[in-house]
Structures are given as structure tokens and as C-alpha cells.
Design a protein around this ligand. Structure first.
Ligand SMILES: Cc1cc2nc3c(=O)[nH]c(=O)nc-3n(C[C@H](O)[C@H](O)[C@H](O)COP(=O)(O)OP(=O)(O)OC[C@H]3O[C@@H](n4cnc5c(N)ncnc54)[C@H](O)[C@@H]3O)c2cc1C
Length: 427
């Protein structure tokens, strides 16, 4: 058996940023590549992320760290995103202009219901009430109710109001109105630039991983533990490694299964769910599809959002062609997930608006499970029970989006990974 050292489970942004500080550690990654969700795939001459990944932070020192990490590899483009709804494009993120992009009756209803909610706010139990208070009932019904269901697979009344804090990032109709006059640079959703590594988001994990001891194709499958310590990590059902500290970025719901959790903790863990995403990449025989970075596809069709990597960086596609990556939000194992790649691609092509079918030359499908922690109405209580139990292991640290079941982006993953690495070095 090897000498005891820190073991990091998962080579995503969180695990790698922590490792880049610790240095003396081993990173175990179940896949044959690093990056986790922040991964760029190559398909012939085309590159695309699992859903376009922009980097944004309000933290000055983190921004400097990021810029020093990638230096001249960073490209910045003015952000362009739209909602596509009932044959019309609407600015996204929702700005005050949205009210005037609707027809006069809708404009009246938007303003009337917004003022009504300002006078008579709802008690906020769920995403539904919180969003109605922020935007009024009409804009909620038009832009949030059905699209939120499409993304999360559950009704807004069963989603925690905390999702609004994480997803909307302090945007409201009032802030949108203020932003029209005085730019608010601190609201992530209003960020007007896309900051991106020119060869794709994989460059962040690649640079972070430099010089680290990373073992690919090593899936953690069990743990040997005493009352309050993890003693050894088991990978691929057979190999054991002694460990000093364990930093876990793997799904918290799987981690629980390795430990002797009491029944109430197991029940709480079972109720925590992650949403998955399927990306369908379409090669188009044309220079550009649109000028947008993202298009949010409202309506009942399968496709939820698309991005055009070439608009993020010209390195992502050959000069005379482009590609679009269409995201389908789903649950692992559901009907669409179980379909084969060809069926999924054909279904997307059949019902995707905004596309000339004859321009599609090829397609490529990739699935990502554990993509979004689902904040259902009871998640906070259940997560508390699970985390309380796990905190009894003194050398076990939960980290990252998947590992700590938090709807966070790369900036927070990077920041918290660096912070944990520094904390462990000091103790
Ligand atoms: C569609 C989509 C779009 C996004 N867009 C943006 C964006 O624009 N900007 C932004 O900042 N963020 C964005 N994000 C969020 C961002 O991808 C995540 O916040 C970040 O990549 C999470 O990193 P992580 O290391 O915490 O988790 P992960 O990336 O999930 O890494 C966990 C790692 O653990 C590995 N693992 C799991 N189980 C085991 C095991 N048993 N043994 C060994 N290894 C294991 C996994 O293979 C994975 O590599 C987006 C996410 C998605 C899904």
C-alpha cells in the first residue's frame, strides 16, 4: 500500500484547483479525461463544451488569478443572448426592453401585474412566489413557468425559492429598469462580455492539472473508515489507497453509499436528485448560424438552449462552417436518455426551430449526468441531514457543484478549491 496522502475524488475544476494548491496529493478520476462538466469535446474539426461555459466573477483577486492562469489565451466578446419564443426573439437576460418587445396587451399585463405584486407581495415559499414578486405574474407566466419546468422537470411551486437566488442572481424587473439607466456591473446575469479561453473551456482544467498526480479511469467505489475518519479509499472495486485527507467532488448521493449512514440519512440522500443534460452537436454547412452566444428555446419542443461555439472563439470551428450545440434537459434513465444517439439527434433536428434542415451535415451526441443539483422544495432540509452526518468524518471535505450539491458556477468552484487547498496546507 502507498504512503498516506490527500486524495481528491474527481478531476473537475473544483478538485483540480484544490490540487493545484496542495501539490502533494493524488487525484482519482473515473473518466479517461479531466475537466468534469467544464470539458471541451472535439468532433472532427469542431470543438464544443458541454453547454457553453463563460467565466465570470465579481471577485477582483479571482479575476486576476484566472487571467494569470490563461493569459493571452483569453478572448472577450460582447455578449449576445436571446430568448426565442413564439417566433420572436427577446433580449436575454430580461431587460426593461422586454416589456416593449411584447404586444400592447402583454405590455399592459406585465406592468399591471408587476405593480400589483409590489403592492401585494406573496409570502415566498417557492420559486413561483419569489419570481412573481420579482417580475409580476404575467412575466412569470410568460418567461419562467414553462421554461423552468423544461429545465428542471418539476413545477415552480415545488422548487425552492433559493433557486431564484442562484439562477436569477439578484435580477428583478426593478433592477432591470435601474440597469437601463445605471449599469450594475455586480449582477452576473447582466455581464455584458463573454470571457472565454480561445481553445475551449477545457483549457482551465488543463492548466490547473499541470504537474499533478492524476489517475484516470479510477472510479472510487468504496471507503474503509473508522468512527470518525476515512482510512482508505477503494477504487475500481479492488485497489486500496491509504489517505490523510479526502476531498470529494463526486456526487454526494453516491458518497453516502460508501459509509455506514443511518436510515434517516439514507432516506434524505435518496431524495436529493440531479438533473442531466444531453448535448446534440450539429455541424452546419454555413459560416454562421446567428450572432448569438446562447439562444434560450421556449416552447414545448425538446430543445432547451443552444450555443454556437464559433461565436465564443473563432478557433472552435473551421472558417467556412459552423456548429451549434443544443442542450436537452432530462433525467438520467428517462425516455429521451434511453434513446440511441441517432434517434435523439433526429428528434432534435425534427423539432428545432431556427434551422434550415438542409444545412445540417453531421451530428454528435454526448450525455452528462449530475449536471444540475435540483433544488426541490425540501432539498435544504434533506441536504442538511446528509451534510451533518458527513461532517462527523474529520478528514472528509466536500467540494464543488456535484460534491457539495450546490448550484454554483466555475468561479465559485475555483475559489473554494483554492481556499480549501490553502486551509489544508495550514492545518
Ligand atoms: C450545461 C452547463 C452549462 C454551464 N455553463 C456554465 C457557465 O457558463 N459558466 C460557469 O461558470 N459555469 C457553468 N456551468 C457550471 C460548471 O460546469 C460547474 O460549476 C463546474 O464545472 C463544476 O465543477 P466540479 O469540479 O465542482 O464538478 P464536476 O465538473 O462535476 O467534477 C466532478 C468530477 O468527479 C468525477 N467523479 C464522479 N464520481 C467519481 C468517482 N466515483 N470516482 C472518481 N471520480 C469521480 C467526475 O467524472 C468529474 O470529473 C455549467 C454547467 C452545465 C451543466
Amino acid at each position: 500500500m502507498q504512503k498516506s496522502r490527500s486524495i481528491i475524488i474527481g478531476a473537475g475544476i473544483s478538485g483540480l484547483s484544490c490540487g493545484s494548491v496542495l501539490r502533494d496529493c493524488t487525484v482519482l478520476e473515473k473518466e479517461n479525461v479531466i475537466g468534469g462538466l467544464a470539458r471541451t469535446l472535439q468532433f472532427n474539426d469542431f470543438k464544443f463544451d458541454i453547454g457553453g461555459h463563460r467565466f465570470f466573477t465579481n471577485d477582483r483577486s479571482l479575476d486576476i488569478f484566472f487571467r494569470n492562469l490563461l493569459r493571452e489565451e483569453i478572448v472577450e466578446t460582447p455578449r449576445k443572448s436571446k430568448i426565442y419564443r413564439k417566433g420572436k426573439f427577446i433580449d436575454y437576460p430580461l431587460r426593461v426592453s422586454v416589456v416593449f418587445q411584447l404586444n400592447p396587451v402583454e405590455t399592459f399585463l406585465s406592468l399591471f401585474t408587476y405593480i400589483h405584486r409590489k403592492i401585494k407581495p406573496l409570502t415566498e415559499h417557492s420559486f413561483e412566489e419569489k419570481t412573481k414578486n420579482l417580475f409580476g405574474d404575467y412575466l412569470y407566466k410568460t418567461f419562467f413557468r414553462d421554461y423552468t419546468f423544461k429545465v428542471w422537470g418539476i413545477n415552480c411551486s415545488n422548487i425552492s425559492k433559493e433557486l431564484a437566488n442562484a439562477r436569477l442572481q439578484r435580477v428583478s424587473l426593478m433592477r432591470a429598469i435601474k440597469h437601463a439607466f445605471i449599469k450594475d456591473k455586480h449582477i452576473k446575469s447582466f455581464a455584458d462580455k463573454i470571457v472565454y479561453p480561445e481553445k475551449g473551456i477545457s483549457r482551465i482544467p488543463e492548466v490547473l492539472s499541470s504537474g499533478l498526480d492524476i489517475e484516470l479511469n479510477k472510479q472510487v467505489t468504496g471507503m474503509v473508515y473508522s468512527k470518525n475518519r476515512i482510512e482508505r479509499i477503494i477504487s475500481n472495486e479492488a485497489e486500496e489507497m491509504a489517505c490523510e485527507n479526502v476531498i470529494s467532488t463526486m456526487p454526494i448521493t453516491q458518497l453516502i453509499g460508501f459509509l455506514n449512514a443511518p436510515e434517516d440519512v439514507k432516506v434524505a440522500a435518496r431524495s436529493l436528485k440531479y438533473r442531466s443534460v444531453i448535448c446534440v452537436f450539429l455541424v452546419l454547412n454555413k459560416e454562421h448560424h446567428s450572432k448569438n452566444h446562447w439562444i434560450y428555446l421556449h416552447g414545448t419542443n425538446l430543445s432547451g438552449r443552444l450555443h454556437e461555439p464559433k461565436n465564443w472563439s473563432s478557433c472552435m470551428a473551421p472558417q467556412d462552417k459552423t456548429g451549434i450545440c443544443v442542450e436537452i434537459f432530462c433525467d438520467k434513465g428517462d425516455k429521451i436518455w434511453r434513446n440511441n444517439d441517432k434517434e435523439i439527434a433526429h428528434q432534435v433536428i425534427r423539432d428545432l426551430p431556427l434551422i434550415e434542415k438542409f444545412s445540417i451535415e453531421d451530428h454528435y451526441v454526448v450525455r452528462a449526468d449530475y449536471a444540475y443539483p435540483i433544488y426541490d422544495i425540501n432539498y435544504s432540509k434533506n441536504l442538511g441531514i446528509v451534510k451533518d452526518f458527513l461532517s462527523s468524518y474529520q478528514n472528509l471535505f466536500l467540494l464543488g457543484r456535484t460534491g457539495s450539491f450546490r448550484y454554483i458556477n466555475m468561479d465559485t468552484c475555483l475559489e473554494e478549491g483554492l481556499r480549501l487547498g490553502n486551509f489544508l496546507l495550514r492545518h
